[in-house]
Design a protein around this ligand. Structure first.
Ligand code: NAD
Length: 464
């Protein structure tokens, strides 16, 4: 099966084999999807109780389809099957969480002769554009709050991972009214067209900062609301009193889970200079031990990179770091075979101005950098254009929290990293994004306030 007019092949990153094909939808199909989303909106926004029931049924349908969704996700994305199952479970949990939210109406009484009644209204059809690292989970971070708020949605997955999302769309369609959620598939310019579509009232995007800028520029044409969840270059700062053996597993997996393709993975480690080699050795020992292979093999802990361009970027960043004087304490090279595999790599002696430190690598390569003064580590951690998350690792938790407060980002963890509650806000500073995902903040991000001022009853009892 090869690419052809109107369709494109989706490749298994572990084998290079074709998993399936998807339709390359054009402007006519997109216009139709947006028009149908408009038509479906009227009924969907009208009945909050029916909405809650439908979203709960949708969550149950996702759970029931886990044994079909998870293997397909592994085959097109590459992650171990257990992690695909966790992603499907998170998708269902998120639907259940948002199905239970209702907007809070409020009355403003401030002594004036009128009082303001504030309620919340949905926006209309919302566009969601998502990347290939967590196709289902990130899609659900968009459709669960948007639909719960009474909007309809047109969802575009990455062309690297459209198949599990298309199946998820079919599973959800069986539980939701027709056209409340439509999945469109295709290569560019489909995303650009969707972001700029005049029928869309909110564009919610997850991906790289460069594409985020293009999406915002496209949405500006119709002045649609924009939410952008962009990249990260999270630093983990280890304090002098850190117990390296105790935290090493957690730190390793915070960097390498999903083959490092996690926006809020640990992407740089800063260790006190006199503890640095101990940290490098502990992480490299784990990198050498980890089983790398096809995500369908139950022994596999680390799959391939999702696609060839990303594998080539990782190879290039690593080669540049090694050429600049870094040392690979583990890995440092591609693995043989047809898949997009790269050996888990821990880099020591990395010049701090090397791109693998200053840019987001998004792969299984982790630089460990020494620091002499804690202030220097904090300054370096804050010294990139990104500010998604960060973490501080040490034994004295009060001291760790004091350091955490100095990091310029949206979320800081102490002695772990990248664990999120469905109920928390998730956001970044600088180039890491605009708007808030997660919790009630994501729900209200899909609503607009509507205010009615009415006269207060006069003291005599008659309304003016
Ligand atoms: P990407 O920006 O290349 O693509 C993201 C999506 O945008 C895909 O669906 C793609 O097809 C689409 N797209 C491409 N060009 C477009 C255009 N001009 N207009 C509209 N849509 C367009 O990102 P990627 O390579 O798929 O994913 C990796 C990036 O995503 C990393 O930077 C990572 O940090 C980021 N990410 C962020 C979060 C977060 O929540 N902050 C989560 C996961 C991934």
């Amino acid at each position: 099966m090869a690419d052809g007019p109107g369709r494109f092949a989706v490749v298994d990153p572990a084998t290079g084999e074709v998993v399936g094909e998807a339709v390359d939808q054009g402007p006519r199909e997109l216009d139709g999807a947006v028009e149908r989303a408009h038509a479906a909106w009227r009924g969907w926004r009208a009945d909050p109780a029916a909405r809650t029931a439908a979203l709960r049924a949708a969550a149950d349908a996702v759970t029931a389809a886990a044994d079909e969704l998870a293997p397909l996700l592994t085959r097109e994305q590459g992650k171990p099957l257990a992690e695909s199952h966790a992603e499907v479970a998170r998708t269902a949990d998120r639907l259940r969480y948002f199905a239970g939210l209702t907007p809070e109406s409020r009355t403003i009484e401030d002594g004036r002769p009128v009082r303001g009644e504030i309620s919340w209204r949905p926006l209309g059809p919302v566009a969601a554009i998502v990347p290939w690292n967590f196709p289902l989970q990130l899609a659900s971070a968009k459709f669960a709050p948007a639909l719960a708020a009474g909007n309809t949605m047109v969802l575009k997955p990455s062309p690297h991972t459209p198949l599990a999302t298309r199946l998820l769309g079919a599973v959800l369609a069986a539980a939701l009214p027709e056209d409340v959620l439509t999945v469109v598939t295709g290569r560019e310019p489909l995303g650009a067209r969707l972001a700029a579509h005049p029928g869309i009232r909110h564009v919610t995007f997850t991906g790289s900062p460069a594409t985020g800028r293009a999406v915002a520029a496209g949405a500006a044409a119709s002045l649609a609301r924009v939410t952008l969840e962009l990249g990260g270059n999270d630093a983990a700062i280890l304090l002098e009193d850190v117990d390296v053996e105790r935290i090493a597993d957690r730190l390793f997996w915070a960097a390498f889970r999903n083959c490092g393709q996690v926006c809020m993975a640990v992407k740089r480690v800063y260790a006190p200079a006199r503890r640095c080699s101990e940290v490098v050795e502990a992480l490299a020992a784990r990198a050498k031990d980890v089983v790398v292979g096809s995500g369908l093999d139950p022994a596999t802990r680390l799959g391939p990179l999702n696609n060839a361009p990303q594998r080539d970027r990782i190879a290039d960043l690593t080669a540049r770091a090694l050429a600049a004087g870094a040392r690979a304490a583990s890995g440092g090279h591609r693995l043989p075979g047809p898949g997009h595999f790269f050996a888990p790599t821990v880099l020591a002696d990395v010049p701090p101005d090397t791109p693998v430190v200053t840019e987001e690598q998004f792969g299984p390569v982790l630089p460990v950098l020494p620091y002499d003064r804690l202030d220097d580590a904090v300054e370096a951690a804050n010294g990139t254009s990104l500010g998604l998350g960060g973490s501080v690792w040490g034994t004295d938790l009060d001291r760790a929290e004091e350091v955490a407060g100095r990091l310029e980002c949206g979320t800081v963890w102490i002695n772990h990293h990248a664990e999120l509650s469905l109920a928390q806000p998730f956001t970044g500073v600088k180039d890491s994004g605009v708007g808030i995902a997660g919790g009630p903040w994501a729900f209200y991000g899909n609503l607009r306030p509507f205010v009615v001022h009415r006269p207060r009853p006069d003291p005599g009892g008659a309304a003016a």
